[in-house]
Structure formats: structure tokens, C-alpha cells
Ligand binder design. Structure first.
Ligand SMILES: *Cc1c(COP(=O)(O)O)cnc(C)c1O
Length: 192
């Protein structure tokens, strides 16, 4: 699957019980990647509030994850959506700048590829550019939409997903695997 998504030669993955655990793992992986001291000293070593960005069409597992891992639910910065119901990337840029000015520490942006409510894919290329500009870990939550990668007709819906640092994908959704089966794929094996 890492190859299908175009993640490159050094990519690896972990099976999880589902998309929520995969999203959880993406937060732990990205905190560890960005803040090596987090591993032994925890979030208090950071001297500021780490925050991450999702559009209001995100999967709500991220709120529980922020709670569970000690970031707190306020660490989920909710970006408004455009009239097309996908992340407003301009608004995301303004929020990131504002948060940095207020002493927060942005570390990740999540793009949903196949939103739970309406099946829309957020603008992956634009969000990837933003993640580069602000040095954020780019996570793509493709829990169910990721299945499009297997379809020659529909895989272009996911253009841009190859820029992801990590991807959530759930074989127990459209692939109908009859048991809890999710996965987290990451671009660099040492991150995992
Ligand atoms: C279903 C879904 C999840 C959560 O997956 P579970 O397997 O239920 O834990 C996460 N993100 C999106 C976009 C989903 O559709």
C-alpha cells in the first residue's frame, strides 16, 4: 500500500485495530519526530503548547486523541471549510501564523482524503505546500477514501497523497476485510 500511495522506498507501516488507532499513532510519531525530548520528558519539555490543524470536516477521533495523549482538546485547531466543504487553505495559513505569534508550536496538519460526512478529498497538493512552508508533519487521513488508489479510474482523486509523511488507511471499510484492520503508513521507517 505504501508503494501504491507513492510514499517511496523507505516507507513502512503498522497494522492497527482501525483508523482511530492509526491516527493516534500519527500524532505520537510526529511528536517524536519533531521533538526528540518528548520521548523521555513528555510534552512539558516543549516550553509551549503544541498544536495541530484539521478542517471542521475532520474525523472526530483526533479530539479524543488530543485528550488521550495529553495535548488537550484545545490543541486541535479547527480550520474552516470553503463553500466546497474542504479545508480553506488560506485560512489555515493565517491560523498557523497567528498561533506562532501567540507562542504556540504548530507541528502537524491533517488532510482528510474522503471525509466521513461527504466523501470529499481535501486539496492535498495545496496542503502539502503549506506543510512544507511551515515545517509541519503532513498526515493524510485516507481511512476509507484511500481505497481509490486501487482503481485506475479513480486514483487521480488522490493526487498529492504521495507528499504525505504519514497516511491512515482502513482495509475494514471499502475493502470489506471482516475484522478490525487499519494501518498507519509512514514515509521514513525510522519515524515509526
Ligand atoms: C472511519 C474513519 C476513521 C476511524 O476509523 P475506525 O476504523 O472506525 O477507528 C478515521 N478517519 C476517517 C476519515 C474515517 O472515515
Amino acid at each position: 500500500f505504501a508503494k501504491q500511495f507513492g510514499l517511496g522506498d523507505k516507507a513502512v507501516g503498522n497494522f492497527t485495530s482501525g483508523g482511530s488507532e492509526a491516527n493516534f499513532t500519527s500524532i505520537i510519531v510526529s511528536l517524536t519526530r519533531k521533538f526528540p525530548d518528548y520521548v523521555m520528558s513528555g510534552l512539558r519539555c516543549l516550553g509551549g503548547q503544541p498544536v495541530f490543524y484539521c478542517s471542521t470536516e475532520f474525523h472526530h477521533s483526533f479530539e479524543k486523541i488530543a485528550h488521550q495523549c495529553g495535548l488537550g482538546r484545545d490543541a486541535v485547531r479547527l480550520v474552516p471549510v470553503t463553500d466546497s466543504n474542504v479545508m480553506d487553505v488560506q485560512a489555515a495559513a493565517s491560523m498557523i501564523q497567528q498561533d506562532q505569534q501567540n507562542g504556540m508550536i504548530p507541528f502537524l496538519i491533517n488532510a482528510t482524503a474522503g471525509t466521513t460526512n461527504s466523501g470529499l478529498v481535501e486539496p492535498l497538493d495545496e496542503i502539502a505546500k503549506l506543510s512544507k512552508r511551515y515545517d509541519l508533519h503532513l498526515h493524510v487521513d485516507a481511512a476509507w477514501g484511500g481505497s481509490a488508489v486501487l482503481s485506475p479510474t479513480h486514483r487521480s482523486c488522490l493526487d498529492g497523497i504521495q507528499h504525505a509523511d504519514s497516511i491512515t488507511f482502513d482495509p475494514h471499510k471499502l475493502l470489506s476485510v471482516p475484522m478490525g484492520a487499519g494501518m498507519l503508513l509512514v514515509r521514513e521507517h525510522q519515524w515509526l
